[in-house]
Design a protein around this ligand. Structure first.
Ligand SMILES: C[S@@+](CC[C@H](N)C(=O)[O-])C[C@H]1O[C@@H](n2cnc3c(N)ncnc32)[C@H](O)[C@@H]1O
Ligand SMILES: O=c1cc(-c2ccc(O)cc2)oc2c(O)c(O)ccc12
Length: 365
């Protein structure tokens, strides 16, 4: 673009640039509008209505709505239709009048959907979690560990100790996120677990994944290992137990160690320490078939073959930024994983994409 001497083509380019910039600058509007729809319970109201719901019916059903704001609900719905969280449908074949219905992206947010990810979304949308993003620029210029630490003067883990509500919000979020991945895992990736007599889910949180594995493989002894305050008071079952401790020190051994969304919380140095501990733990077992199983993202940077692949990569990069802002972790590309495995002394690995953003990585001693 010629900066000094604007002509018609320059102006068109500038207008396109404006549109591009505003579209990105206002990405938060879809996010906040969706948060508002969740806060007002609009998704469940439209679902419970059972057929396309007109704006008048929706306004009538929003019992807490201040009547002076009723005329603005259509504006909220307008942006959410554009963001593909709702669609408009004719009330019936002959009718002119339209009503709102849910789309695939909003159905998964309904309370009774078994794969509901609303808790994860609520955690990510919480003002305590969104505030550190404003400190990203400051963080690049200071010595703090994370933008979260710049915002609050402490790590996310330390924040949890004085705000158990935030801890519960994030843990519920991670547990809800586990449901979908885990159900695909024990169905489509069953082979990865077959033949294992014992498995330790290190950083296993409240045990959503290990419970599903223990139920699918009743002969497998499963252990959930996490920080003492995370597993305190949790009840195991016949083939599932909880153990508290610090994974940087020691953890129980088994035929397989599982690390699900644990390594993305740590920088390379932290990951290397955890991976070396895992290598020691499975190497101490004198059996064939021992392995480390990782469930995490493998960022697919060079596969922009179509819009869907490119949008998947972009979402993975968003998560990468989330890890940078909250916990000094990162989402890794295949080459980055390979380097870590090699440095920790593993001999080989195999990646199997599970669903959407996440992959299963089997790593061999
Ligand atoms: C992102 S969460 C993943 C939880 C679970 N694996 C999942 O997929 O939902 C990371 C987990 O690592 C645990 N963790 C963090 N530091 C730990 C440590 N030093 N020792 C054991 N667990 C730890 C956290 O408590 C948390 O449950
Ligand atoms: O707020 C989060 C969200 C995630 C998360 C959710 C869904 C995914 O598919 C991947 C990651 O992970 C988090 C995390 O690991 C953490 O330590 C704190 C917060 C979050």
């Amino acid at each position: 673009m010629n900066m000094g001497n604007a002509n018609g083509e320059d102006a068109i380019e500038a207008l396109q640039a404006h549109a591009h910039i505003w579209r990105h600058a206002f990405n938060f509007v879809s996010f906040m509008s969706l948060k508002c729809a969740l806060d007002l319970g609009i998704l469940d109201i439209i679902h419970d209505h059972g057929k396309p719901m007109t704006i008048t019916q929706l306004v009538g059903a929003l019992q807490m709505l201040n009547p002076t704001k009723a005329c603005d609900i259509y504006r909220l719905m307008h942006i959410l239709v554009h963001s593909d969280f709702f669609a408009r449908q004719k009330l019936d074949n002959d009718a002119q009048e339209e009503g709102y219905v849910l789309t695939n992206s909003s159905r998964i947010l309904l309370k009774n959907n078994p794969f509901c990810i609303t808790p994860t979304l609520k955690a990510t949308m919480d003002p305590i979690i969104t505030k550190p993003w404003s400190f990203l620029g400051t963080w690049f210029q200071n010595d703090d560990h994370t933008p979260f630490a710049t915002a609050y003067g402490k790590t996310l883990w330390d924040y949890f100790t004085h705000d158990p509500q935030l801890k519960d919000l994030i843990n519920d979020g991670l547990a809800s996120d586990s449901q979908l991945v885990t159900s695909v895992l024990v169905d489509k990736c069953k082979g990865a677990f077959e033949g294992l007599e014992s498995l330790v889910d290190v950083g296993g949180g409240t045990g959503t994944t290990a419970k599903a594995i223990a139920d699918t493989f009743p002969h497998m002894e499963c252990t959930v290992f996490d920080l003492p305050h995370i597993v305190a008071g949790l009840q195991g079952s016949k083939n599932l137990k909880y153990v508290g401790g610090n994974m940087f020190e020691a953890f129980p051994t088994g035929d397989a160690i599982l690390l699900k969304k644990v390594l993305h919380d740590w920088n390379d140095k932290g990951c290397l320490t955890i991976l070396k501990r895992c290598k020691e733990a499975i190497s101490s077992q004198d059996k064939v078939g021992r392995k480390l199983i990782i469930i995490d993202m493998v960022v697919r940077e060079n596969e922009q073959v179509n819009d869907e692949a490119s949008s998947l990569t972009k979402t993975q990069l968003f998560f990468d930024m989330l890890m940078l802002v909250l916990v000094a972790g990162k989402e890794r590309r295949e080459e980055e994983w390979a380097e870590l495995f090699l440095a920790a002394g593993f001999s080989s690995f195999k990646i199997t994409p599970i669903v959407g953003l996440t992959s299963l990585i089997e790593v061999y001693p």
